[in-house]
Design a protein around this ligand. Sequence first.
Ligand SMILES: *Cc1c(COP(=O)(O)O)cnc(C)c1O
Length: 391
Amino acid sequence: MKKGYFGEFGGRFVPEILMPPLFELEEAISGIFSQPRFQSRLTKILQDFVGRPTSLTFLENLSRDLGFDLWLKREDLAHTGAHKINNTVGQALLAKDMGKKCLLAETGAGQHGVATATAAALLGLDCLVYMGARDVERQRVNVRRMELLGAEVVPVQSSTQTLKDAINQALRHWIREQESTHYCIGSVVGPHPFPTLVRDLQAVIGREARAQFLEKTGRLPDQVLACVGGGSNAMGIFHPFVQDRGVALTGVEAAGEGTPDCFHSATVTRGSPGVLHGFKTSLLQTPEGQILPSHSIAPGLDYPGVGPEHVHLHQTGRVSFVQVNDRQALAAFQALTRKEGIIPALESAHALAHALELKGTLRPETQVLVNLSGRGDKDLDIVLEELGVAG
Ligand SMILES: *Cc1c(COP(=O)(O)O)cnc(C)c1O
């Protein structure tokens, strides 16, 4: 495979002026990042600060209802409440070793911004976060959180004032400040080497889950499910299972309201090839190449692109992709909360919803593992409003 490509997807479609920091990062990955000394420092942070390994939980009540065995990998138990911290502490440690002073990020719902600001505080780095002005309005609590952690949040006024505009601004800022600044990308997206770097940092999820599953059951799961926004929690849990041909891997995309002409975020299943934010992938776009607005009830799934490796794994048939709509995700949110005492993030509820759809289709000894990418505290306002409980 061509370097930096997954089949025909990925690559590095950036202005000439962004090539030096990408080369510098690539060198740091093959130098610093691969050293046992770096890896053991990272492992220590993951254990002592992030709280790894996260649990593997058997869902006794739901399994009884469903007629097969359902398990969760509990990324909701990681510090700051989701898998995103695995990536940001890794990139922050690398940036520091590269001599960088500042972490640059962009964020939509604010979760990646909070995870980056957290890692920056831990390692004594400055932190600058671009965020669409509309998202700043909608996500006040996360903006406050980032500011308390010492980050500067810059509202972006251009275009739709959401994530894709914040990414464009962050790329512009990186052009100017590449000497001092590391661009901490939040998912398996962006120009090479980011999709590989973020995957390798998130693969700790799948390595742990694989070992925990073997230890608890003596075998591997039959199916592994994860929600796909940019695709980092999914690549993280899938990666160590890709070689295990007996393990079916399924990525769950957000179908929005679920009607044929509604806005959605199902980029792998309903997008078409194109280039956005420095890499080739599947995109939600018009036939003329205008990026379409995306939508999901889950803020973290709301992105018009997706990691290039997912598109490739879809094309080769190794990973299946399915869609779950807002209503199904809400039902799964309620089921997990009421029957198991775990309040999931709305993103993760999409993956769970697909598992619930499998009722009646699987033999009783089937083992299904869902990546619970985060906890749902952040989504309570959305859920209460949807359920008509809000005052
Ligand atoms: C951000 C986020 C996602 C989506 O991002 P991926 O890169 O697709 O993992 C999923 N779940 C939670 C809890 C998130 O915060």
